[in-house]
Ligand binder design. Structure first.
Ligand code: ADP
Length: 401
């Protein structure tokens, strides 16, 4: 016997005289040929859930659930179930309620994802699609017939899609915040350059004023260049086109360069600014001079930006197999909610329009990418209001001086 699609869609009706033939495997011709990957089944309800009888379960149940068709009982199946996710609103997650609704004729089409525990260990998502079996003579629902599918692949794909969608949304939000910040960041130095260039013409005689304005113009140009460099650099990192050079790098010189660059700003803010190096044993290592210097610049510049008073100390120590750098400050610290995100590009702890610290949210993302390209790790410890310490390592490939 073969049933039609319409019979399947509207519940399978059989006459009393067919009951004896219910195990006729032909019953599933339609279903099996329409759904070559599925395992057909026919369940005759018992008094209680778990007391029903499966008839004509397809041989594929062995591969699907690890149980041979002759051993497959409703009790075994129910004991395997860990979770039921109904795929339409009229289907309850609770099997007892579902059974009641089936018997009352309230479910015409059952579709649910079911997580089962497999007898050999492990779990699997299966898709259960079934229709009620209705006795034509009595009009009562006496069971269900349907198909079980392996749903793992579909579920995995769905989960990956949801995850990818979330990542896209996150990155769209970050880009929007970035565009907002970047336009502000670029406008500030640009306005200064344009404004003070105009003022230069108004005080052509005053040497003092001219020097002051030229100084502002020069600092604003440097700042603008830095912002643009950062945007170019993060684009290169994302496009994976960053090149690493390997040269002899004197670590003391790196530390001194960074110290000289920032000591003025530190003393303007009355912050104690120190560096610590191992001294006589200051080594030369093979690495990328520009990138190591840039990582330290980014970390020290942040320390200065987020510290209003106290001290900043940076330097490195020689460990067995690597060199560990550190930058510590007594600044505002990083709250636990912000900690997970601060290496994400464009992320800024204070994303509000009232931002008082400036920046583009790129420094740490670039630093992390550089450290990893150079073969090291970067991490930090921080408490809100109690300062931060950033650390990173580099391989200790000592060069002969
Ligand atoms: P930017 O400094 O341009 O905002 P970064 O990528 O360098 O971008 O830093 C990201 C965020 O991490 C900062 O906005 C800030 O919230 C937090 N942060 C980084 N360094 C420190 C620090 N030393 N103290 C407090 N917060 C910091």
């Amino acid at each position: 016997m073969t049933i039609t699609k319409s019979q399947y869609d509207h519940g399978y009706h059989f006459s009393g005289s067919e009951k004896g033939k219910i195990s006729d495997t032909g019953t599933f011709d339609f279903l099996v040929s329409e759904n070559a990957d599925g395992v057909p089944f026919q369940l005759i309800f018992g008094q209680q859930i778990g007391e029903g009888i499966y008839l004509n379960t397809g041989a594929g149940v062995k591969q699907l659930l690890g149980i041979s068709p002759e051993d497959f009982t409703e009790k075994i199946f129910h004991d395997m179930i860990e979770e039921i996710v109904p795929l339409s609103d009229d289907i309850p997650a609770d099997p007892i309620m579902t059974r009641r609704k089936f018997i009352n004729g309230e479910i015409k089409n059952y579709r649910a994802e079911i997580l089962v525990k497999l007898p050999g260990g492990g779990k699997k998502w299966i898709l259960d699609t079934s229709v009620p079996m209705i006795d034509d003579e009595t009009g009562t629902v006496t069971g269900t017939m349907g198909i079980l599918y392996d749903d793992t692949t579909r579920k995995n794909i769905l989960e990956k899609l949801v995850e990818a969608r979330k990542r896209t949304d996150d990155s769209e939000n970050l880009k929007a915040a970035f565009l907002h910040n970047i336009s502000h960041e670029i406008r500030t130095p640009l306005n200064a350059i344009v404004g003070f260039s105009t003022l230069l013409e108004e005080y052509p005689e005053s040497r003092e004023k001219r020097r002051e304005y030229l100084d502002i113009i020069s600092r604003s140009s440097d700042h603008l260049l830095e912002i643009i460099d950062n945007i170019v650099e993060i684009s290169k990192i994302e496009a994976k086109t960053v090149k690493i050079s390997r040269e002899q790098v004197n670590l003391y010189k790196v530390i001194r360069t960074v110290y000289d660059q920032f000591s003025c700003i530190a003393s303007e803010k009355a912050i104690v600014f120190n560096y610590i190096v191992p001294g006589e044993s200051d080594p030369c290592i093979y690495t990328d001079n520009f990138k190591v210097t840039q990582i330290l610049r980014n970390l020290v510049s942040n320390a200065l930006k987020f510290t209003m008073e106290g001290r900043i100390e940076f330097g490195y120590t020689l460990k067995d197999k690597y060199i560990e750098f550190h930058v510590s400050d007594t600044g505002i610290g990083i709250s636990s909610e912000q900690q997970a995100n601060i290496f994400t590009r464009f992320y800024q702890g204070d994303n509000t329009s009232k931002r008082s610290y400036g920046g583009t949210g790129l420094g740490l993302a670039i630093s992390k990418a550089y450290v990893e390209l150079l073969g090291g790790n970067i991490w930090f410890t921080s408490h809100n209001g109690e300062g931060s310490t950033f650390r990173f390592t580099l391989p200790k490939e000592i060069a002969v001086k």
